[in-house]
Unconditional design. Structure first.
Ligand code: MLT
Length: 321
């Protein structure tokens, strides 16, 4: 397999000048390694129209959920490195290498980084009839009921799983976690009262919170958001708890540099689109500063994040499932 990929990469390198002129000449698949309806999917769907326009081709979203994003990421790691398979993924790229005993790919060698996309705060939300209010109420309920409280997440190596792990480690209290293929399918379960709690990003939770279909307890940012002005931060409710999820775009390793640069230019132009910026603000996020939307800044940040999370998640080991 590795030999075939290497040969493909060599053939692509020889064809690079021609490729630069014709790319993209067919639809580009953007893999979302989670189920539809979650925050990664939501971010991709508001980006796809300006991104297609800036790239000058048709970008098609494909959801490949499961195993905390690693199944979709593996699809990209093993795809032809020709620029026609890309991925939008989150902070899980940096936590999965510590959480999995065996990964199907090496995060640092299997991908070309294209650029960072946007940082998104998280929110703790719960079923509409959750019998406590506010973050302190939620924590007291967890303390009282322990593992009789169920908390959904999108699998080992997902942002929601990171958030659930950090809370349990901070409280030194285990809950019962329930893994889904993404957090999209979790909302129906929360609204039906079958899932007690989930920590998920504002890009997917905002419409549920503002319409009152779920109970919201706290935002994990350092300040309230204009898009959710009534939702206090965990910090202001007396329990420091901050998590921000970052997103980045990837291509398979070996994608020619001219193509990476072309995709990066399209991504940077996309993130300057005023309508996209306005839509992002409604969902509690914003584009990364332009200096971070480069392959080099993204790679350096990914490396730093893997190193940052390793000791934290190793220490939280007993709560990481
Ligand atoms: C995550 O927990 O990583 C995301 O919420 C998963 C998703 O986008 O569905």
């Amino acid at each position: 397999m590795i030999r075939i990929l290497r040969r493909t990469a060599m053939m692509l390198a020889l064809a690079t000048p021609a490729l630069a002129q014709t790319y993209p000449s067919q639809p580009v698949t953007l893999i979302i390694p989670f189920a539809p309806g979650g925050p990664t999917d939501a971010l991709s769907r508001i980006m796809v129209e300006p991104f297609s326009r800036e790239l000058g081709g048709n970008v098609v979203i494909e959801n490949v959920g499961g195993a905390g994003g690693t199944i979709g990421a593996n699809r990209v790691a093993t795809a032809r490195p020709d620029g026609y398979t890309l991925m939008l993924h989150n902070i899980g790229m940096a936590t999965a290498p510590t959480l999995y005993r065996r990964m199907p790919y090496d995060t640092l060698t299997a991908f070309e980084t294209i650029g960072l996309v946007s940082p998104v705060p998280m929110t703790w939300i719960g079923r509409p009839d959750f019998p406590a209010n506010g973050f302190a109420g939620m924590l007291a309920y967890i303390r009282e009921r322990g593992d009789r409280v169920n908390v959904a997440h999108a699998g080992l190596g997902s942002a929601s799983q990171l958030c659930a792990t950090l809370l349990q480690a901070q409280m030194r209290q285990a809950v019962t976690t329930v893994a889904f293929r993404g957090t999209g399918p979790v909302f129906a379960e929360v609204m039906a009262g079958r899932i007690d709690l989930v920590c998920d990003q504002t890009t997917s939770t905002t419409p549920y919170i503002t319409s009152g279909r779920v109970k919201a307890f706290a935002i994990t940012a350092d300040a309230r958001l204009p898009s959710l002005p009534d939702l206090p931060t965990a910090n202001e409710q007396g329990t420091p708890f901050e998590v921000t999820v970052w997103h980045g775009m990837y291509a398979p390793r070996g994608t020619p540099r001219v193509v990476v640069d072309r995709i990066n230019a399209a991504l940077r132009a996309t993130l300057r689109d005023p309508r996209l910026i306005a839509r992002m603000a409604e969902l509690g996020t914003a584009p990364e500063p332009e200096a971070r939307v480069t392959p080099e800044a993204h790679r350096a940040f990914l490396e730093a994040e893997i190193a940052r999370w390793r000791p934290i998640l190793t220490a939280a080991g007993e709560y990481a499932d």
